[in-house]
Structure formats: structure tokens, C-alpha cells
Design a protein around this ligand. Sequence first.
Ligand SMILES: *Cc1c(COP(=O)(O)O)cnc(C)c1O
Length: 366
Amino acid sequence: MIYLDFAASTPLLPSVKKELFRAFEEEYSNPSSAHKLGRSSAEKIENVREKIADSIGSYKSEIIFTSGASESNNLAIKGYVLANQKKGKHIITSSIEHKCILSICTFLEKEHGYEVSYISPKNDGVIDAEDVIKAIRPDTVLISIMHVNNELGTIQPIEKIGKVCFEKDIKFHVDAAQSYKKIAIDVDELNIDFLSISSHKIYGPKGIGALYIRDLRETKIQAVIHGAGQEYGLRGGTLATPLILGFGTAVQDQTIENSFEKVSKINSLVRLRVSEIGGALNTPTENHIPHILNIRLPKFDASLFVGNSDFLCSQGSACSSITIEMSHVLMEIGLSTTDALSSLRLSLDHQVSPNIIDKLLINLSK
Ligand SMILES: *Cc1c(COP(=O)(O)O)cnc(C)c1O
């Protein structure tokens, strides 16, 4: 089997696996315990917090560990808006966000009377910052736009939107699950107030992630998990020491940063080969990361291929492909149902060779 689904999840790096095994064996005490072993684990956890903070230009005291990007998104959006209801009840997001953001917004609309504006992308899968700006109202409290779209790989205009959010004093949340370590992120330069990241998208273990919260101590946030005061009272529960330390090893590793050129070459090769067999690209030629490439082929049953092929990839995102519903992202960029059903998301990394691509294309053109 050949794995081409790195946007859904990544395998562990050898160094991460080693650290995980070591930590599961040795770091078994409660990191909140006052004894030597607890304190030693707590210190290592704080080092990881610092590494994450350094990697996005924030302070260590602004990082909260969560179970992943989904939980980070919940804590950022529900946690902020529900604690600041008096500021207004209007949210702006895009129509091509990860399902998780869309279901948080639906919840807030249905259960808490919020109004949400869903900004559609242009046909190239990129949101126009002007459309976001036009949707701002006096009661807008939060704007949430993903950095890189998980189905198309398109990069959204975070800097432009962040600038306006800063000027208008509106909080800005960014889901960076697909961009973290692939695009440099500085939360001050981009004026980001909340940033969600996930360990298993960067070759770390599943079940751990982080949320950056600007001025955490001065910002009113409602806890999503009430507990015994861990994580500034915002996220109760004993910290998952081994997962956090494994995550830290993945954060520190530079494989993703160093292989950008290599992945770009593979991306170009796929584009070339797809056009040679009469296929087309749903991912545009500009404003995208090389790691995600959405393609479509004539008279092709993508769901059949995904279910049966030894080339492991997705139709849309992994989360929604189990239920075989239409990709909301492909519909939003104007694809017909037929075209959406013959589309495939390939996600690449440094281990994918030209040879693998040639084999894949032979399979696809059968
Ligand atoms: C994978 C992903 C998520 C969910 O992350 P988990 O850590 O699995 O909860 C959220 N948003 C985007 C854009 C993703 O790609």
C-alpha cells in the first residue's frame, strides 16, 4: 500500500516514536504532583510549551494544550464568544472551513442565537479578503478563517484579514492545522488572536494539539472542559505527558520545513501527469501549498477508487468521506456533482517519489 493521505494524518517520525516510548515508560507520574518526578515531567512539558510559543512568535503563557485542532477550535470560538456575549453575536467565517468549524457555528446559531456570515471563496478556492471585510458589522465579535484549506491546499489571505481585525478590534481565529510548519506563522505579524494546531498533522501522535490565545490572562474565555485548574482553568484534566513530549519532538523536527522544495517538485510532476491523461486540477496554480493537490478525472468513480485502491487517498476530507456526502468545499468552488464525485484529494510529503507518482497515474488511467 502507498500512502498519499498526509493531510488526513501523518505517520510518526522515528524520533517522535522513540520519545513517546520513553515517556510512556518513564514519565508516568502526574505532572501536577509536587514531588521530584512530577516536577521533572512538568518542566519537560513547559519546554514543549516554550518550543510551540517560539515557533509562532508568542509567549509560552499563551499556549494551551488540547486534544487536537478540533478541540482548539471549540475552545477558541465557543470559549471566546460565549464569554463575551455582550460584545455582539455576529461571527464571520468561510463556507470552506473544516467541518468542525462549521458545526461549532451551527451550534452557536441554533443554541445561542448567534448570526454567522459564511464567506464563499472565488472559483480558485481562495477567499477574497474584501468579501470578509464587507461582511463586518458593528456586532461582529469574531472572524474565523482557516490558513490552508484541507481539501484544496489553498492559502487564505490571513495577513489582510488580520490587519482589519486589529483595526476594528475584532478577535481573529485561524485554524492552522494544515499550514503549521509548512508556512511560517508569526501571530503578531499576522494579527492572529487564536491559532489552532494539531500534532498528528506534523508527524506527532494523535490526541494532542494546542491553542494559542493572545493575552490569555486578560482575555475572558469560557472553559470547554471544567476541571481541577489545569491549563489556566480553561482545560481541565491531567496533562498527557507522553503525548505532549512526542508533540514537542515533532515541533522541533525540521523535516517538513526542509522538504518544501522536494514536495513542490512532486506536486509539479503530478500536475503534469494528470493533464497528460486528460484530467484537470481543482487546486489552482497559485496560492497553494505543494502538499495537497485535488484532481479530477473524466469518467472516474473516486469513491470506488478510494475504497479499493492500494493507493491510499481521500475524496474530499477524511472525516466526511466515510459518510460519502458531497464535499462542501468542491461544491463551493462551483463543481458539478459529477465533477465532485470524480475528484480525488492527493496529499504528499517528502517520502513520495516520482516513481510512486508514475505508478499512481498508470492506476488512475486504467
Ligand atoms: C485535521 C484538521 C482538523 C482536525 O484536527 P484534529 O487534531 O484531528 O482534531 C481541523 N482543521 C483542519 C483544517 C484540519 O486539517
